[in-house]
Write a protein that binds this ligand. Structure first.
Ligand SMILES: NC(=O)NC(NC(N)=O)C(=O)[O-]
Ligand SMILES: [Zn+2]
Ligand SMILES: [Zn+2]
Length: 503
């Protein structure tokens, strides 16, 4: 008896470690609610997989949330004996979209959008990573403390991966210690406005602020994103005139002419030369958000890029989908800044995008409470500016892009590869061995009506400018780090997205 007791005691560590192993194993394989697929190791197959070496027919092997291998169809026969295959047939399998410009307004204004609704909408739209803008939440993300509030608001409430831009504002711009602390805390880069942002705790910056910001960003090799419009007084006076009707889109358009973008960009280019190789801010990068003016502003930027300034340009699907002449009077769903311009400008934007002068796309999803859109009054001058589009950007890009002969590889470059680089996400942006398995499967041929019967997950679908349109390109499934987070109208029950902090 004595003997037995002693030997049992000596076996105790072994028993405990077996139990521990068993527990660990079951925890790892038990469905956690993060994925609609109960597999950790599986294959996604399709006739059209968009890779860095072109579109292939074959399969992507996923293991532990990453891409483990890419198998071409000719090598595929007999490759797997008893594994799980998710077959998408002719549908496109592409890297998940990375939206580098979205306002989720959480914490503080989550009645406008919020992390849960915004990231569910993102997942349903094939967006696997989203970088949240520092303004429209309350407070704005402008310091280490306010970044902590963002982190807390996002904890266990995001269905896709979310990173954060920090605000460059007069309060922190000339304080290198504060900015360094902010960047060390993990914001992926900074964002500033050259005109009033409409948000009280997010004042605009002048060129000195921007120059100083760039010099700090250089040390961290992170970008500065700029809303490049400056206010011009003359225009302000002319709209006060009673001849101008605030319900006319043309009235609004006159308040924000292309010269506002052009002047801002001329100003920016006086400091962007610092980002050149050998320049005082080498390592920093200037990113122009939501470019609308495809003429002088774009020409200036092209020249600066040619000279070696580190600059990239984004535009948004709404500038590529709509033109001023089609916007009904009083329909403030289309109000945004800079504004949607004429049809000729839209053509030029497409030319610049397909020609490579515009680098990438983003949603600039900027929702608000429906009341603030003043849809009853239809007052373009007083309504909140911002287009709601998050869930629809892939079909919107494809629906207009098809007319311009856009390829699947171009879509992947504008929506995944280039944005991943801007946001410093080196293991994202392409379906490549070793990268996170962030993947969207979608059917380019499938058309749908975007009406109230469509399952929309953004908080206020009624204020989206896309409502009422017919779009092509239906998202079938979205995978984030190997988790199937969305599949044909269903989301994974648990919010398991990662919060991305720069290291
Ligand atoms: N406060 C905002 O969300 N502004 C946004 N508004 C737009 N684009 O109309 C933006 O990105 O500038
Ligand atoms: Zn902006
Ligand atoms: Zn914005």
């Amino acid at each position: 008896m004595e003997f037995h007791k002693r030997s049992l005691f000596s076996l105790l560590p072994v028993i405990v470690s077996i139990l521990f192993f068993f527990l660990k194993f079951t925890l790892k394989t038990a469905p956690s609610g993060c994925s609609l697929l109960p597999h950790n190791h599986y294959w996604i197959s399709s006739k059209r997989i968009v890779t860095q070496d072109g579109v292939i027919s074959g399969a992507v092997e996923i293991k532990d949330g990453k891409v483990f291998s890419l198998v071409k169809e000719e090598d595929w026969h007999g490759y797997i004996r008893n594994g799980h295959i998710v077959d998408f047939g002719e549908a496109v399998v592409m890297p998940g979209l990375i939206d580098v410009h979205a306002h989720l307004d959480d914490p503080g204004r989550d009645d406008w959008e919020g992390f849960p609704s915004g990231t569910r909408a993102a997942a349903a739209g094939g967006i696997t990573t989203l970088i949240d803008m520092p303004l429209n939440s309350e407070p704005s993300t402008v310091s280490v403390e306010t970044l902590k509030l963002k982190m807390n608001a996002a904890k266990n409430r995001i269905f896709v991966d979310v990173g954060f831009w920090g605000g460059l504002v007069p309060d922190n711009a000339l304080n290198a210690t504060a900015l360094e602390g902010f960047l060390r805390a993990g914001v992926l880069g900074l964002k500033s406005f050259m005109c009033p942002s409409g948000i009280n705790d997010f004042p605009m910056t002048n060129i000195t602020h921007i120059k100083e910001g760039l010099s700090v960003l250089a040390k961290f090799k992170r970008p500065l994103l700029v809303h490049a419009e400056v206010q011009e007084d003359v225009v302000g006076e002319s709209v006060e005139d009673d001849k101008n009707d605030a319900r006319l889109y043309s009235t609004y358009l006159k308040t924000r002419p292309p010269s506002m973008e052009e002047t801002a960009i001329r100003n920016l280019l006086t400091v962007s030369e610092n980002t050149r190789a050998g320049g005082p801010s080498e390592g920093a990068h200037l990113h122009i958000v939501h470019l609308s003016d495809a003429q002088s502003s774009l020409d200036l930027l092209k020249k600066a890029k040619g000279r070696g300034d580190s600059i990239s340009i984004e535009t948004c699907p709404h500038y590529l989908s709509f033109s001023a002449d089609e916007i009904p009077d009083g329909d403030t769903r289309f109000k945004c800044a800079p504004p949607i311009r004429d049809a000729d400008n839209k053509e030029k934007l497409w030319e610049a995008l397909t020609g490579g002068d515009i680098d990438m796309l983003s949603s600039d999803h900027s929702p608000s409470l429906p009341d603030l859109k003043l849809l009853q009054e239809g007052d373009f001058l007083k309504a909140w500016g911002g287009i709601s589009s998050l869930q629809y950007v892939l079909p919107a890009t494809w629906t207009s892009g098809r007319k311009y002969g856009v390829t699947l590889e171009q879509i992947a470059s504008w929506w995944s590869e280039k944005p991943a680089k801007l946001a410093g996400q080196h293991l994202k942006g392409s379906i490549a061995v070793g990268n996170y398995a962030d993947i969207v499967a979608w059917d380019p041929e499938s058309e749908f009506d975007l009406d109230e019967n469509h399952s929309s997950y953004i908080k206020h679908p009624s204020i989206s400018a896309y409502m009422g349109r017919k779009l092509s390109g239906k998202v079938l499934a979205t995978f984030v780090r190997g988790n199937l987070v969305y599949k044909e109208g269903e989301h994974a029950p648990a919010a398991c997205g990662s919060r991305l902090l720069a290291q």
